[in-house]
Ligand binder design. Structure first.
Ligand code: TMP
Length: 202
């Protein structure tokens, strides 16, 4: 049986990376073999592209194309093979991030992103996307704890407001797939919500 594909999204500092190991363990406890991966990245080439994307200034269309290039590799080498074996794939970000960051944040038209999505994904969509939603102020307080900031984390409030709004707009457009989790609450409350949503997937 084909495994499920779950993605985690949210603005930088929303806390999704904190919740990811717990989500993987929760799914394992239900008897699934879980493959944890991330975008950009997830393959040796994808991780090289990630290093470039997070550090190197570039045109916003170059950025978009490299995100999809890394994704093409990721789908081919990691996501589809794992799902084919019946494993559940949990990815820290996927294409909703491109619609939010490159679309909302940088202003790339959705029509261009949709064309690339069709080309690269050939119909592949996550079975479930957890959108960890926090106001900018909350994310900033979390990001302030780390000394080094990459090219995206260094963006200003207006950028992150656009990214957040684009995520929420996608959640309204795809309510069956994208579930918004209020991630400004204490960890225990967030876990309870996430477990309830994951339980519906079984
Ligand atoms: P991460 O720090 O959550 O792993 O993600 C790395 C950064 O890459 C994050 O700031 C969001 C950004 N990103 C995009 O701009 N577009 C994308 O398609 C993806 C997957 C990530």
């Amino acid at each position: 049986m084909r495994g499920k594909f779950i993605t985690l999204e949210g603005i930088d500092g929303a806390g999704k990376s904190t919740h990811l190991p717990w989500i993987a363990e929760w799914l394992q406890a239900q008897g699934h073999t879980v493959v944890v991966t991330r975008e950009p990245g997830g393959t040796p080439l994808g991780e090289m592209l990630r290093d470039l994307l997070l550090a190197q200034p570039m045109h916003c269309e170059t950025e978009t194309l490299l995100m999809f290039a890394a994704r093409r590799e990721h789908i081919d080498k990691v996501i589809l093979p794992a799902m084919g074996k019946g494993h559940w794939v949990v990815s820290d970000r996927f294409t909703d991030a491109t619609f939010a960051y490159q679309g909302g944040g940088r202003g790339i038209p959705s029509s261009k992103l949709e064309a690339l999505e069709d080309w690269v994904q050939q119909g592949l969509q996550p079975d479930l996307t957890l959108l960890f939603d926090v106001p900018w102020e909350v994310s900033q307080a979390r990001l302030a704890l780390s000394a080094v900031h990459d090219r995206f984390e260094a963006e200003n409030q207006a950028f992150f407001e656009r990214v957040r709004n684009a995520y929420l707009q996608r959640a309204r457009a795809f309510p069956q797939r994208i579930r918004v989790v209020d991630a400004s609450r204490p960890i225990a409350a967030i876990r309870e919500t996430v477990a309830a949503i994951l339980g519906e997937l079984e």
